[in-house]
Ligand binder design. Structure first.
Ligand SMILES: [Zn+2]
Ligand SMILES: [Zn+2]
Length: 392
């Protein structure tokens, strides 16, 4: 019998084998939800006009659910980039994530940790190398590999997460029914609540989360690392509450920020920071700016060396010498600044005389200024050489 089964497995036609590899429950649920959103929403908007209150509730739920995934599923649980002190706030964030119908934290974090560990390889569950649409949603239609407990050992110690995993389906259905029912009762528009607060909200949060796996590995810039396909894309950040700065995230996954610059749109970072200030969250992990800047400059240097190597001698030798000379001078500035800053921080902790600290601060500021100027100079040089290589 066993031999017959093995034979059937080997000789099973490709199409039938493919059918057996489909994750039918997820595929059908996603089809139903998407088709329902695309059919019900236009019908509702044709026959009725939503009240401002209902629209506000739908938008509020999109924001809450997005943050449930970004601040909860992703940065808190998958990467442990901070810790929650308040169980109540953690439960609220967990409920928001549950509402998005993206599986339990155990499953989500398992796939996501594997994505980071094996990015762009065959073991990456949503590798962009299998195509844009595969990374966007087609991977969800395949039967997932069994959960490997080693990836989520830490999460299994959390009783809230064990509870969510055990009762995921009733929790997800119940919370969605509760939120939609509440919105319908308050607005006296149950049809509108189903169309906007339930279907449109789930559609938007699914698509926006999926864009992180597809578009943020496909189109954008790579200022922090060129070693993986992850890119920075501000459009994805606007859609996903800050998750579009994916090149930074894949380079520094344990940093609680994704948009590391003050002007980059990352409301999830702002929320976590605010929770830290209110002492609801603690141990906010972040990489210091000098290490980030140094790495960015190293990436530029690597690209520059590669670009210059395409030139012919003697142009190539001349530019190589210039490049290494400039790089050495700038590295020296950065090393001096880093050393002095570490000394200053150590001294500050020792609580010395204020005048000693003040004079050292002046030296730190002056070195910081010259390091910034050296980096700007290097950047100008980088642009000029790249232009030159393009024209050559
Ligand atoms: Zn990624
Ligand atoms: Zn991540």
């Amino acid at each position: 019998m066993r031999a017959a089964l093995r034979y059937a497995q080997v000789t099973m036609p490709q199409e039938i084998r493919k059918l057996s590899e489909i994750n039918w429950s997820t595929t059908l649920a996603l089809c139903v939800l998407h088709v329902a959103a695309l059919v019900v929403l236009p019908i509702y908007l044709y026959v009725a006009t939503p009240s401002m209150g209902l629209v506000a509730m739908a938008l509020g739920m999109v924001v809450a659910c997005t943050l449930g995934v970004t601040a909860g599923y992703h940065r808190l649980y998958s990467h442990r980039s901070y810790e929650m002190r308040s169980r109540l706030v953690e439960a609220l964030i967990l409920c928001s994530g549950t509402l998005t119908l993206q599986e339990s934290v155990f499953t989500w974090a398992h796939h996501h940790r594997r994505h980071h560990a094996f990015v762009d390889t065959d073991d990456d569950p949503y590798s962009i190398n299998k195509g844009f649409w595969y990374a966007h949603f087609l991977w969800l239609t395949e039967k997932p590999p069994p959960i490997d407990g080693r990836y989520i050992r830490d999460l299994k110690r959390n009783p809230l997460l064990r509870f969510q995993d055990k009762y995921y389906l009733p929790l997800a259905i119940g919370l969605n029914a509760l939120v939609t029912g509440f919105a319908g009762l308050v607005s006296h528009d149950m049809f509108g609540a189903v169309a906007l607060v339930l279907l449109a909200r789930i559609f938007v949060t699914h698509q926006s989360t999926w864009f992180v796996n597809s578009l943020a590995h496909f189109w954008g810039s790579k200022p922090y690392s060129r070693e993986h396909t992850a890119v920075n894309n501000w459009i994805v950040s606007v859609l996903t509450g800050g998750e579009g700065y994916h090149n930074f995230h894949h380079t520094y996954p344990s940093d609680y920020r994704n948009g590391v610059r003050w002007y980059q749109w990352d409301p999830t970072k702002a929320l976590i920071w605010a929770m830290g200030k209110l002492r609801l969250a603690t141990n906010l992990r972040k990489v210091d700016w000098i290490s980030i800047r140094t790495r960015m400059l190293q990436e530029d240097k690597r690209a520059l060396v590669q670009a210059v190597s395409q030139l012919r001698a003697p142009d190539r030798e001349h530019l190589e010498a210039l490049l290494h000379d400039r790089w050495d001078r700038m590295s020296l500035q950065f090393t001096e600044f880093k050393t002095l800053l570490a000394e200053y921080r150590g001294l500050k902790r020792a609580n010395p005389d204020k005048s000693v600290l003040a004079s050292m601060r002046v030296r730190v500021r002056s070195l910081q200024y010259s390091s910034k100027a050296a980096a700007a100079d290097w950047h100008r040089f980088y642009r000029l050489v790249i232009e030159h290589v393009k024209l050559a």
